[in-house]
Each structure stands twice: as C-alpha cells, then as structure tokens.
Design a protein around this ligand. Structure first.
Ligand code: SIN
Length: 282
C-alpha cells in the first residue's frame, strides 16, 4: 500500500504525485507502487522535490539500469548517466542538449540505440516563465484508435532510426547546433526498430515514431514511407493524446518510453533559462 497521493492528469494518461520525498530512502512498497503507477499512467509528475545527482540516480535505479549518452560533452561531471538539458549558453556554447530556441522533435529517448530504453526521469532546476514545456504523447492510445485497416497495414513494418539523419535535419534548422565528433558518429550506426512495438511488461501495442530521427520505413519507397509516417505523426500528436507539462522548479517527471513519445517546446534562450537533468534507464 503506497503512502503517497496520486491525482490523474487525464482519465487514462499522466498522473501527479504528492506526499513523497525522493531525497529520502524510499521503502519497497512505495518503489513498487511508483513502478506500477508508471505502467498504468505512462507519465508521472512528482512535485516539490529537492534532489541531488545521487538521489536522481538512486530513484532512477528503481526502474532499471541508467545508461550513458553518446553526447558526453553534456553529461554531468562525475555522473556519466546524467545528461544536462538546457538552453543556457556559456561563452556562446550551449551547456546542454535541447539548446535551440525552437527545439521541437518528437522522439522516444535513445531510440538510436539497438536496445530500446525503458524509462526516463527529468528533474527541473531552473524553469522558464514562458515556453519550454515538455509535451508527452500517449502512443498506446494513438495506436488503439487507428482504424483496423491501418493497424493491419503497419503491424510488422520496421523503420530505420538514425542519429546521423537527426543531426543533419537539426543542423538545417539550427546552424549553432554542435555537430557530433567523428568518435561520436562512429558510435551511432543506424538501427532498425518495429513501427508497432509491444510493451515488454504490459503486452500493449504502441506506435514507435520520431518526426526527425526516422529515415524511413524498411522496404517502402521514400514518398510512400514519408506520407505514412507523416499521417501517423499527425494522428499520434493530436491534442487528445498529448499532455503538456509546464515546468516548476523541483518537478521530477518520469515517463515510460515504451508507451509514449515527447518533445521539448520553444523557449527563447535570450529571455528565459531552462535547466533540467535527465537519466534514462534500459
Ligand atoms: C528530452 O527529450 O528528454 C528533453 C525534453 C525537453 O527538453 O523538454
């Protein structure tokens, strides 16, 4: 029996959690409840936390094994599994990922890896007054609502996820984007994933999409592939499937990458700063 309080954000997707202090040791029943609530609600917003990097990693380990990131220039010194997400620039150089004023890219964390990630935990330290929300889409509900004919057409299809493709597209929009080094490029070969994935814990099907990281659908010509992916993205990011999180300092948002995708929202870095730390577990 958990001792925290949970308020659903919508009937089926997202929940706020109050009455738990994750900087303190968490007993097994609360840890188990957090895992179960995450499987049920897919996005958990835990308010009013004050977490050290050690706390962030300890809580992350309830959900799996924290992974390192190929863009190691943004990992926190001494904490290789924590990535800085920020629009703050120092001496003209971004201190974190998602540094662009208009950095929007629907994705599932680390989908450029052969092994897919399970859960991410994003903790807010500086919250902008305007912009910089993170939007989450419920990719299970989006799949469930597809017409049966379209579901039959896409079940079994595979897509190519490519970090190199993503960087080419982002550089076109944001000339200040710091490119991958040769050593980083060598670590991110293209990978193939199913377009419809099966959740390993719940057995539910969902759409595995990404509006910039996917090169195309395997074995489908470029035009048809682009049209189909576009149609699925438009459907999956309709407002009825999306929860938009407006950040407050001390929020820890935990999401199930196997059942959601997300994107940052525009934030003018010359007026509003944003600093968060993220872990992703496998
Ligand atoms: C992320 O993709 O993990 C970061 C999202 C954000 O910056 O809002």
């Amino acid at each position: 029996m958990s001792r925290y309080h949970l308020d659903p954000l919508t009937p089926k997707f997202g929940a706020s959690i109050f009455g738990i202090d994750l900087s303190l040791p968490v007993d097994e029943s609360d840890a188990t409840s957090l895992i179960e609530d995450l499987l049920k609600y897919r996005v958990l917003v835990v308010r009013d936390q004050t977490l050290s990097h050690e706390d962030h990693l300890r809580v992350s380990r309830f959900f799996g094994k924290p992974e390192t990131h190929v863009q190691d220039q943004y990992t926190v010194p001494g904490f290789r599994q924590i990535v800085t997400i920020s629009n703050i620039h120092r001496n003209g150089v971004p201190i974190g990922m998602y540094d662009g004023d208009n950095e929007q890219e629907w994705h599932t964390d680390l989908s450029w890896k052969a092994q897919m990630s399970a859960v991410s935990l994003l903790y807010s330290v500086i919250a902008p007054e305007v912009g910089g929300e993170t939007r989450f889409a419920d990719t299970i509900a989006a799949y469930d609502d597809l017409p049966a004919g379209l579901r039959a057409r896409i079940d079994g299809l595979e897509t190519v996820h490519s970090m190199l493709h993503l960087f080419e597209r982002q550089a076109a929009d944001n000339p200040a984007k710091v490119p991958l080094t040769e050593a980083q490029r060598a670590q991110v070969p293209d990978v193939v994933h199913p377009l419809v994935r099966l959740h390993p814990e719940t057995g539910r099907r969902s759409l595995l999409l990404g509006d910039m990281i996917i090169r195309g659908i395997v074995g489908v010509d470029e035009t048809e592939s682009a049209q189909l992916l576009d149609q699925l993205h438009t459907h999956a990011t309709a407002s009825r499937y999306v929860y938009s999180h407006r950040w407050a300092v001390g929020d820890l948002v935990i999401w199930d990458n196997r059942a959601t995708m997300h994107t940052a929202s525009p934030c003018d870095h010359t007026r509003h700063q944003r600093l968060l730390y993220r872990t992703t577990v496998m």
